[in-house]
Structure formats: structure tokens, C-alpha cells
Ligand binder design. Sequence first.
Ligand code: ACO
Length: 325
Amino acid sequence: MTGSRLLGTGSALPERIVTNDELAAQIDTSDEWIVERTGIRQRHIAGDGETTATLATDAARKALDDAGLTPADIGLIVVATATPDNTFPATATKVQNALGCNGGIAFDVAAVCSGFLYAIATADSLLKTGMATRALVIGAETFSRILDWEDRTTCVLFGDGAGAVVLEAQGEGTQQASDAPGILASRLHADGAQHDLLYVDGGPSSTQTVGHLRMKGREVFRHAVVNLSDVLHEVIEDAGISAGDIDWIVPHQANKRILDATAKKLGIAPEKVVVTVDRHANTSAASVPLALDVARRDGRIKPGDLVMLEAMGGGFTWGASLLRV
Ligand code: ACO
């Protein structure tokens, strides 16, 4: 196999929407501050009965429908999440069981906000080796459950949701030209020295608790713009294209100012950047596949378009993938 191509996308959001004004009624913040600093206007928050696995399963079903496939066609499920239903087993195995396609490969990837980039590159590699023919790659999170709702510097920034894509392995001779559909290039990076800038202060082996998200937002912002523009340049060079060839950037939706600054550094027009952070806030690993699904379903991203996915998150971890849809 020479690579994999996108067959379908899907997404799922919790029913409950929480506006900035609702948060301002509980903590010392304002709609004006949140919109001006981040672009966020609202977020979806999971309710009783909604978990990372249920959102992931909903998104997966929609992606399968979009691809015209059934669960039986899937031999590999990768779920990117930092908020699994349980410490183990992997949320991917819960999704597999809910879909009823047991027997194939299923595992989770933990790379926080860049988890979907790690997951799609891993799935693409496994499909290339022939380990499976079709894969569901899912980003799903319920960050509302690891937020400190009294910390205004973090709790206003995040939301819950899931996004999924279906990939299919391609045989010899069907890919590699940059005008053929498929994943053209991916790059991943991590820098464990930056742990303290963005982390959760608990875990099974350290505190035996789930913990809460902690972040030095201003420093994360600074690293994000540099790391993301570097990795975008790497992928552009690997694929042998120029930045001007890119039809759409589908970035991790952390903060509208990070999206704008990264696009500007790359010389890409803001109209080519898919933005959902205003409606979804930062949904961590779910944000890239959620935004991809939104822009495919509203007709912006069309077959043949060259689409760049990119993200950075805790670790730090970061990465980008270029695909022809
Ligand atoms: N409402 C009102 N005031 C607030 C709030 C709030 N929710 N949060 C902080 N403030 C106050 C601070 O206390 C501070 O007050 P002070 O000047 O009296 O001390 C003031 O606002 C400015 O705070 P800063 O942290 O300096 O504000 P900044 O402009 O850096 O914006 C933000 C903060 C939005 C977190 C920004 O730094 C950011 O977006 N960073 C990126 C972090 C991120 O997106 N992480 C997600 C995961 S990683 C990733 O995806 C890339």
C-alpha cells in the first residue's frame, strides 16, 4: 500500500450550550474579555449520559454514513483523547463494541490537543503496512470534566465534542502525485521539557485522582505560533508544494488569535482558515476533525481541495498533515 485517502467525516456535540454570559454569572469574567482574547462565544458541555465514548461513537456513525460504509468494513479504530471514559481499557475498545465491529485493532492515542494529528499519522502508517484496510480515526474529549471551574484563566477556554474520519488504504500506483486524493505528508514533534506550561495536576500513578488542567496561557501562546509555523513549513516542503497551493487550513481551535497569527506567518489569507472556535471553544483532540467535518458539510471543502491539518497541545506535542480530499 502506498498511503490512505479520506472517505468520510462526522462529528458530534453535546446538546447543552453554555454561553460566555452564563459563565460570567458564575465566575469573575465577561463576554467581552473572552471574545476579545480568544474569539470564543459559546461551548458545548457534556451532560448526564454523555461521555467521551458516546460522543466518539456518534461521530464515528456519521463518518461511516458519509463514507457509505458499515462498521463491519472497519479493521482499525484509533481514538485520540486526554479524557478517556476509564483509565483503561482504551476508549477505542468501547467505541468498537458500541459499533459492533469487534475483532480488529483498537487503541487510544494520548497527545492532548494534537492527538488527532498523532492518530491520523499513526493510522495512515498502519494502513500503509497492510495491518488494516479501513480505519476510523476519532478525536473525542470531555474536557469539562478536568477543568477547575473556579479558575477563570482556563475554564472559559474549553468545550466538549468529537470528530471522526474514515480512511482507506490505497494500492500501488493510486497515489503519490500531489493532485491525487490521499494523505500527502505528515510530521509530528514533542518537547517534554515544556510539561509545566500545560498539564493536568493528577493521574492514576501520581495522585490517584483525575486532576485539573493547569496552563500558563501566555507562554503556551508564544510557543504555539512558532512551533506551528515551523511544522507547517516542514510538511509543505515534504509534499513539494507551496503555501499558496493550500486551499484550506483546518487548525486546532485553541484561540482565534493563534489561528490568525499562524496563517499570517505562513502568508495564507484568513479566509482560507476554517474557524469553529467561536461556537465550539477548544475541544482538544476533537477540534480538528470537528472543524473538518463542519467545513466539508457546509460545502467549503470540496473534493480535490488541498487541506492542511495542524495542532499543538500539552507535552508539548505538535504536528501537521496535508491531504488531498
Ligand atoms: N476573564 C477576565 N479576566 C481574565 C480571565 C477571564 N476569563 N482570565 C484571565 N484574566 C485576566 C488575568 O488575570 C490578567 O489580569 P491582570 O492583568 O490583572 O493580572 C489579564 O486578564 C490578562 O491575562 P493574560 O493571561 O496575560 O491574558 P492573555 O492576553 O495572555 O490571554 C489566554 C489569556 C486567552 C489564555 C491566552 O494567553 C491564550 O489563548 N493562550 C493560549 C493558550 C491555549 O489556547 N491553550 C490551549 C491548549 S494549547 C493549544 O491549543 C495551542
